[in-house]
Design a protein around this ligand. Structure first.
Ligand SMILES: Cc1cc2nc3c(=O)[nH]c(=O)nc-3n(C[C@H](O)[C@H](O)[C@H](O)COP(=O)(O)O)c2cc1C
Length: 169
């Protein structure tokens, strides 16, 4: 079975989580890990996982990605596109199992959730959520990830794989 993990990341935190998610899925799937800039095709996959940083309570836009550039050094090409645009261009998913995660600030104040927005969009395209949207925390705008989040991302991915397997049975 094939899984596609597509991520967007300004400062590298969501990319690191996406890498851990790919590792966690690797026991059950042949995994393709792709930056959203590559616009990876969904055709032929058995599971689609998307990951994005929370910007302005949801998915990034060109304006928030431009703002990110004022907060710190962003990854090459990261301002060009995001998960919002990827989903805008996506074909109907026709029951494809899907999951979504985000990174966001570690604060007691409301943060919003790019993952919840993404999962709603995936569901709207006909995808079948395997688990609820999940968030991973960063200590500041540019990171770093809170201690333990990488291992938690691997565990979350193993849960996604387990749920996928049991719902397919
Ligand atoms: C323009 C901008 C807006 C942001 N808005 C939010 C927000 O609404 N809620 C939140 O929790 N974090 C917010 N953040 C923090 C991001 O979630 C954080 O930069 C991200 O998790 C880092 O991941 P990355 O390194 O993959 O870009 C914002 C960051 C930027 C640059």
């Amino acid at each position: 079975m094939r899984a596609l993990v597509v991520y967007e990341s300004m400062f590298g935190n969501t990319a690191a989580v996406a890498n851990a998610v790919a590792e966690g899925l690797a026991g059950a799937f042949e995994v393709t890990l792709a930056d959203v800039r590559e616009r990876p095709p969904v055709a032929g996959v058995d599971l689609l996982v998307v990951g994005a940083p929370t910007h302005a309570f949801g998915l990034s836009r060109p304006s928030t990605r431009a703002d990110a550039g004022k907060q710190g050094e962003v990854r090459a090409g990261a301002r060009e596109t995001g998960i919002r645009e990827y989903l805008d261009a996506a074909s109907p998913l026709a029951g494809l199992p899907v999951a979504a995660f985000d990174t966001r600030m570690d604060t007691r104040f409301p943060t919003g959730s790019a993952a919840r927005k993404a999962l709603r969009r995936l569901h709207g395209l006909g995808g079948q959520p395997v688990v609820p949207a999940e968030d991973f925390r960063v200590g500041g705008m540019t990171g770093p990830l809170v201690a333990g989040e990488i291992e938690r991302a691997r565990r979350w991915a193993r849960k996604v794989a387990d749920r996928h397997t049991s719902s397919a049975a």
